[in-house]
Design a binder for this molecule. Structure first.
Ligand SMILES: [Zn+2]
Length: 245
């Protein structure tokens, strides 16, 4: 590549020709950026100014080459240890209102009705699907009861925030909490799809059993502390998690 594109100069001194390939242009841009972070110290050795030690690291190079996104305060709730990636992605999309609910499909002109398939009454927005719907309210209330909380149901954002603040102080059961949040959102979304695309449905209790079974399996695949207060041990047993392991 160097012979093809830098016939007259070293790669550090040459510039990408307008007709050069896109990859070559990217390489040249990276080299230009790297030069801005290279300096010579008192002992006439090259130092890499993008890291605190002066040594080159890939993480520091990655940091200078990207534009950082705004901090997502619920990241630790979404990307919890025990949660599987598909559940985390679904939760992230639900929190960002990116799921293609019937109200959004109606807006795009893809369908003619936006009635919720879980209760067949209200408009199916993300908020309704996950919290206002009679079907999902029941699922949430039972999940919260099994987690030892008052079964009041708020909106998704508020629930996620409460998980972040309350359980940030209590590491023993925080993994379980975050997992239940993601699993409930995932199973409600799957239930919606099952009704839309397969015309089949689960009862509320069947869905709760599925959530409990998945939570149990996923909790047993990660390390979590079994010690805790009596209430915490009671919460673990509500989810069929053995405290004798
Ligand atoms: Zn509904």
């Amino acid at each position: 590549m160097k012979n093809a594109y830098c016939t007259d100069a070293s790669p550090w001194e040459s510039h990408a020709h307008p007709m050069a390939s896109g990859i070559w242009k990217q390489i040249m841009d990276s080299m230009t950026l790297a030069q801005l972070h290279m300096a010579i110290d008192d002992t006439e050795n090259w130092i890499w100014t993008a890291s605190s030690t002066g040594n080159f690291t890939f993480s520091s190079a990655w940091n200078i080459s990207r534009t950082p996104s705004p901090y997502f305060e619920l990241s630790k709730v979404v990307w919890a240890n025990a949660t599987c990636p598909k559940m985390s992605c679904c939760l992230l999309n639900a929190l960002s209102d990116r799921l293609l609910t019937r109200s959004r499909l109606l807006k795009f002109g893809i369908i003619n009705s936006d009635l919720c398939v879980l209760c067949n009454t209200n408009s199916k927005t993300v908020e309704h699907l996950f919290f206002s719907c009679e079907y999902s309210t029941y699922i949430w209330a039972l999940c919260k009861f099994k987690l030892g909380l008052q079964p009041n149901v708020h909106n998704l954002q508020k629930e996620a925030n409460s998980f972040r603040t309350i359980y940030a102080q209590n590491k023993r059961s925080s993994a379980l909490w975050k997992l239940v949040l993601a699993a409930a959102v995932w199973y409600l979304w799957k239930e919606r799809n099952r009704r839309v695309f397969k015309a089949k449905e689960h009862t509320k209790l069947e869905l709760i059993k599925k959530i409990t079974a998945d939570v149990n399996i996923l909790m047993n695949t990660c390390s979590w502390k079994i010690e805790g207060t009596t209430k915490e041990l009671e919460i673990f047993s509500n989810w069929n998690l053995s405290i004798d392991r």
